[in-house]
Design a protein around this ligand. Structure first.
Ligand SMILES: Nc1ncnc2c1ncn2[C@@H]1O[C@H](COP(=O)(O)OP(=O)(O)OP(=O)(O)O)[C@@H](O)[C@H]1O
Ligand SMILES: [Mg+2]
Length: 239
């Protein structure tokens, strides 16, 4: 099979202000795979995603995405190139209805294009339809997660980065979210970069994975291999 690298990160150091949080991180994500990033609390997983999306400060290194160097692109340029990002928190505007949230997410489309995108997003997430006129504030955690996903999918990403999409969700709802991620990957061909606190599920779902500890890479390779690497998992994740 012909394997295409969609994302390549080379020796990336990034953080906030003058503080370096992630140190010379290198890895790659192949087109069509689910790739998981795991690591203890505070190890820099969210910071890594923010750096990839242009929201953290990059000190050195390179980010290549879909054949382009995007290291210093602002977030909206990354979105234009097919990168999607679902942050850990604050991913919907609470004071607005679901419809208004979606219109805001699709502001760059012409009316015709927007209708088309909305239709295809609702085909994948039919439950969004019945939530259209609800204020985001009134949504449950799982519904909110779904609307946030709809907003990102509206922009037609090639790769979607999820930051702990199941945090604070009941186990049953969390499984629905995992199911949705797998469906996006298998049926819609979306490449997925998944940050998860549920290490076991994250490694079961992924083809390959990265273990981040104190901002440095401790493992990069097959998710199966990491799942069976008892020493690493017990040392860093207490499993
Ligand atoms: N905006 C910020 N300004 C300064 N430091 C920050 C900022 N955001 C995070 N940090 C620090 O960066 C380090 C890594 O945090 P980060 O949120 O990336 O970790 P994480 O692996 O996502 O943790 P968790 O599993 O708890 O979500 C922490 O020490 C944190 O305090
Ligand atoms: Mg985090």
């Amino acid at each position: 099979m012909f394997i295409v690298e969609l994302l390549r990160v080379e020796s990336l150091s990034a953080g906030y202000g003058n503080m370096t949080i992630i140190h010379e991180v290198s890895f790659s994500v192949e087109k069509g795979e689910i790739f998981s990033v795991i690591g203890p609390n505070g190890s820099g997983k969210s910071t890594l995603l923010k750096a990839l999306f242009g929201l953290a400060r990059t000190f050195s290194g390179y980010i290549f995405f879909n054949g382009k160097e995007i290291t210093n692109f602002p977030p909206h340029e990354r979105v234009k190139n097919g990168l999607g990002y679902l942050p850990q928190t604050g991913n919907v505007f609470e004071g607005l209805t679901v419809r208004e949230n979606l219109l805001l997410a699709g502001y760059e489309y012409s009316n015709g294009e927007l209708d088309e995108r909305l239709e295809s997003v609702q085909e994948f997430l039919p439950d969004v339809k019945r939530l259209m006129d609800r204020k985001a504030l009134t949504l449950s955690g799982g519904e909110r997660q779904m609307v946030a996903l709809a907003m990102v999918l509206l922009k037609n990403p090639i790769m979607l980065m999820f930051d702990e999409p199941t945090a604070a969700l009941a186990p049953k709802i969390a499984e629905e979210v995992f199911g949705r991620i797998v469906k996006l990957n298998r049926e819609y061909g979306l490449t997925v970069l998944l940050v998860e606190q549920n290490t076991r599920r994250a490694l079961e779902l992924a083809e390959r994975a990265l273990l981040l500890v104190s901002g440095s890479v401790k493992f990069f390779g097959s998710a199966d291999e990491l799942l069976n690497h008892r020493d690493l998992l017990s040392l860093y994740l207490g499993l």
